[in-house]
Design a protein around this ligand. Structure first.
Ligand SMILES: [Cu+2]
Length: 480
């Protein structure tokens, strides 16, 4: 294996970050690391070829499937021609391995590599994605599945990863959002309907009306496992069998309603963490969130579409589970009626199987979610992120509550790195909600989460809408 000078430097940086003796895993007789390559690849969307990114093992496997109790021992090789850094979303690694450029450490230069080595202390459905620039929009993301006792014998695992897709380069989408605009007659669904006629340009979907602001970007397509409903991922399942469906919303900007149709399902975990089971046909899944759903496949031969409908619109994507000789009929990429905006009705009803231990709260941070929609500047407590913004202080061992108050007209899926939190209040009502890592805060709404400061470091805390994060809705928590 040849290692470039830059690779050696990047490895040395990672080794320094990880601590002496850990980075040389292959040299000290331990299991060699799993290699994850950052690469370019082509996919076909709406009959056109698109150049996107991939995170894959040398045998082509996207991302990583492993098991609780094992070490996460990975070498990331950056084979792109730009710097990158991968965040292990939902993991609790030592902070230098968290993959946020400028906070956890430097990006991996083009041609370089970095090593990771930390214990996996819980199982569930997680994912990995670039935290560098706008690369996540180009699908630099992959599943990170950690098996545990929810994987029952005889139960088939199906992963469904959602993305929003545009032929417009992400830098152009962002520049367009940041440009003061008068998009006369191009609000929301009109722009969506005209998407094809606009040469694939992602049109900012701002109306300035009093309706809730949804879907800042009008996408060319929505992908489930990299495919649209014109040519969906078709997964063979056993008639009468059991399936664990793992849904990952890897979108940059798009919240969905997962729709199981007549099949229905039992939600058993959110963001990897177990909840008391909830049976339903539809489940909301905001950007960066995950759902673990048990499905009982009926005995007869049939095709069971699993759809994801973009909130506030009729647009949809999905996969098809085919039992026996079930015939697959083509699903349209739009439903009959637009869906509503995501609500927090399900969130309010969720109860953690393993809640945080009861104890007094040591510290409360009031986190105002703020912004200027017209200028597309987003902020926390009216401060748009720069490296000079002081971190929110906490001390090791504290129980901390983050009181998030949304003062904007858009919902924000807020994500804390390096810790799991528990949802303990929505709009003034306390309850022992789900343990998770990303929660949606609706316009003018208030959500309180609690976490234990048990993983010292410097951690990102931000809106997971990519262009809101880029626009400044990002801050940090630090206790080192
Ligand atoms: Cu946001």
């Amino acid at each position: 294996m040849s290692i470039s000078r830059r690779a050696v430097i990047a490895s040395a940086l990672a080794a320094a970050a990880i601590g002496s003796g850990r980075a040389g895993a292959a040299a000290d007789g331990e299991t060699p690391p799993t290699i994850l390559k950052l690469q370019k690849r082509s996919i076909e969307v709406n009959g056109k070829s698109a150049s996107v990114y991939a995170i894959r093992q040398p045998d082509g496997t996207a991302g990583l499937t492993t098991a609780v109790g094992r070490q996460f021992r990975v070498r990331v090789e950056n084979q792109l021609d730009v710097p990158s850094l991968i965040h292990w979303h939902g993991m609790t690694p030592p902070w230098q391995q968290d993959g946020v450029p400028g906070v956890s450490g430097p990006p991996i230069p083009a041609g370089g590599s970095a090593d990771y080595d930390f214990p996996l202390r819980f199982g569930g459905t997680f994912w990995m994605h670039s935290h560098e620039g706008l690369q996540e929009q180009l699908l630099l993301a992959a599943p990170l599945i950690i098996h545990d006792d929810r994987d029952e014998p005889g139960q088939q695992e199906v992963v469904m990863k959602l993305h929003d897709f545009s032929f417009t380069p992400p830098e152009e989408i962002y520049a367009s959002l940041r440009t003061p605009k008068k998009m006369v007659g191009m609000a929301g669904d009109h722009a969506a309907a005209m998407g094809g006629g606009m040469g694939g340009m992602a049109m900012p979907a701002k109306s300035g009306a009093a309706t809730p602001d949804l879907n800042d970007v009008t996408y060319d397509a929505f992908l489930a496992n990299d495919r649209t409903l014109a040519d969906p991922d078709i997964v063979k399942v056993e008639p009468g069998g059991r399936v664990l469906l793992r849904v990952i919303n890897g979108s940059a900007m798009s919240n969905f309603h997962l729709d199981l149709g007549a099949l229905g399902g039992e939600l058993i975990a959110v963001d990897g963490f177990r909840v008391r089971p909830v049976t339903a046909r539809r489940f909301p899944v905001a950007v960066a969130q995950r759902l673990d759903i048990r499905l009982a496949i009926p005995r007869g031969a049939a095709a069971h579409p699993v759809l994801a409908i973009l909130e506030g619109t009729a647009r949809q994507t999905g996969i098809v589970l085919v039992a026996g000789a079930g015939a697959v009929t083509r699903m349209p990429d739009a439903t009959a009626r637009p869906s509503p905006a995501l609500s927090l009705d399900l969130e309010r009803s969720l109860r953690a199987v393993t809640p945080l231990a009861p104890r007094k709260v040591d510290r409360v941070h009031n986190v105002g979610l703020t912004g200027d929609m017209a200028a597309y500047v987003w902020s926390i407590n009216n401060v748009a992120w720069t490296k000079n913004v002081p971190p929110l202080p906490v001390a090791e061992g504290e129980r901390v509550e983050l009181v998030m108050t949304n003062k904007t007209g858009m919902a924000h899926p807020m994500h804390l790195h390096g810790h799991e939190f528990q949802v303990v209040e929505i709009d003034g009502k306390r309850f022992p909600g789900a343990v998770r890592d990303t929660v949606l805060v609706r316009p003018n709404g208030r959500v309180v989460v609690a976490f234990d400061a048990n993983n010292p470091g410097w951690w990102a805390f931000h809106c997971h809408l990519l262009y809101h994060q880029a626009g400044g809705m990002f801050t940090t928590i630090r206790y080192v």
